[in-house]
Design a protein around this ligand. Structure first.
Ligand code: 5GP
Ligand code: MN
Length: 338
């Protein structure tokens, strides 16, 4: 964040404000961690704050400090609208385009509050009074730590805030192994442990809560995997029937896409998941190296994200989506074999 923006934020937060904090739709660990950490910080510094999530999020995140205070826009719509319309400041965290909040988009567009964006995705839109955007950052949680540091307020970080920030950094870095994990990331994480984040307990709460049906669904996903060595690509499909058979719950497919990348030689992995209710195929894309799944998702599947992790969607059937994907892939043969 540049010094002009820091001055602007300090001036805004010098008075007690009504604040709404918004993660993207289908929030992940980084989205919820950053929102709940900022919530804790703003409460501690004399503001009225609420986290308003566009929709529900996975059970493996529902232990996070402050979780009980989160307002779900889909389930508690009047209350959510009241908070957004009554806000003098709205923070949008872990996304950079208002289309990422689904049905909440029109409500945010009409809000009169000052917007502050904190985000690490590529190509930010221009809707905020203050845009703190940095694509080199491991996570929005690392940025929220920096944000608090820019304000000179790291003393306010208690064990709950530290726990939320640790969780988001851990999930968005694949437990500190992705390229975006810097020495600075590790310094921030060390600081968070000193401030009371229990690293072993957080790992257990997020990763060691598998249900039998999730592991069985993983088995189906792995046996559905198609490997295309000439394109150094591997993809997985999961149909709605398969999800139903294994009692799918939100978050159950988290991480499945990464298995493709563990194959020697594979640099591009995808998972296509049918969502009959929404009439879409949700796509997650991952890569290693320079192949940009952000560009791929943006150009062909109405999505985006980061160079090595992105999401998108298709509005045709699974069969048509896969057939179109195979056609598109042919035009990427050189880019995938540099
Ligand atoms: P995931 O595959 O885990 O849902 O998402 C991977 C990354 O891409 C995350 O950083 C996520 O925020 C972003 N992402 C997921 N879906 C979309 C989408 O539909 N549009 C855009 N622009 N980004 C997405
Ligand atoms: Mn993130």
């Amino acid at each position: 964040m540049n010094s002009a923006d820091i001055t602007t934020v300090k001036s805004i937060l010098s008075q007690s404000q009504n604040i709404a904090i918004i993660p993207h739709r289908n929030p992940d660990g980084d989205a919820m961690g950053s929102c709940l950490a900022l919530y804790g910080f703003l409460k501690a510094t004399g503001h009225t704050a609420y986290v308003v999530a566009p929709n529900d999020y996975p059970k493996f995140l529902k232990w996070m400090p402050g979780n009980d205070t989160v307002i779900n826009f889909e389930r508690e719509n009047p209350k959510a609208k009241e908070v957004i319309n009554g806000a003098s400041v709205i923070f949008t965290l872990d996304f950079n385009d208002l289309s990422r909040v689904g049905q909440m988009e029109s409500v945010l567009k009409e809000a009169e509050a000052d917007f502050i964006m904190i985000d690490h995705h590529q190509q930010p839109s221009d809707y905020a009074k203050v845009t703190y955007s940095d694509v080199t950052m491991s996570s929005t949680c690392e940025m929220v730590y920096n944000f608090i540091a820019f304000l000179g307020e790291t003393d306010q970080i208690d064990a709950d805030i530290a726990t939320n920030l640790y969780t988001g950094i851990m999930t968005d870095t694949g437990s500190f192994k992705y390229r975006s994990t810097s020495s600075k990331t590790h310094r921030v994480v060390a600081e968070l442990i000193d401030k009371g984040a229990d690293n072993m307990e957080i790992h257990q709460k997020v990763f060691d809560t598998n249900s039998p049906s999730r592991l069985h669904l993983l088995g189906v996903a792995l046996s559905n995997m198609v490997i295309l060595p000439e394109f150094r690509t591997a993809y997985i499909t999961l149909s709605q029937d398969e999800l139903d058979q294994y009692d799918f719950k939100k978050g159950d497919t988290e991480g499945f896409v990464n298995y493709g990348l563990t194959l020697e030689g594979v640099i591009f992995a995808l998972i296509f998941i049918e969502n009959r209710e929404e009439g879409i195929i949700k796509i997650s894309l991952r890569s290693v190296g320079d192949f940009s799944v952000n560009e791929f998702a943006r150009q062909h599947f109405n999505g985006g994200g980061h160079t090595n992790a992105a999401g998108g969607r298709s509005e045709t059937s699974m069969e048509e989506t896969i057939s179109r994907f195979n056609d598109i892939l042919k035009t990427y043969k050189d880019k995938l074999n540099p």
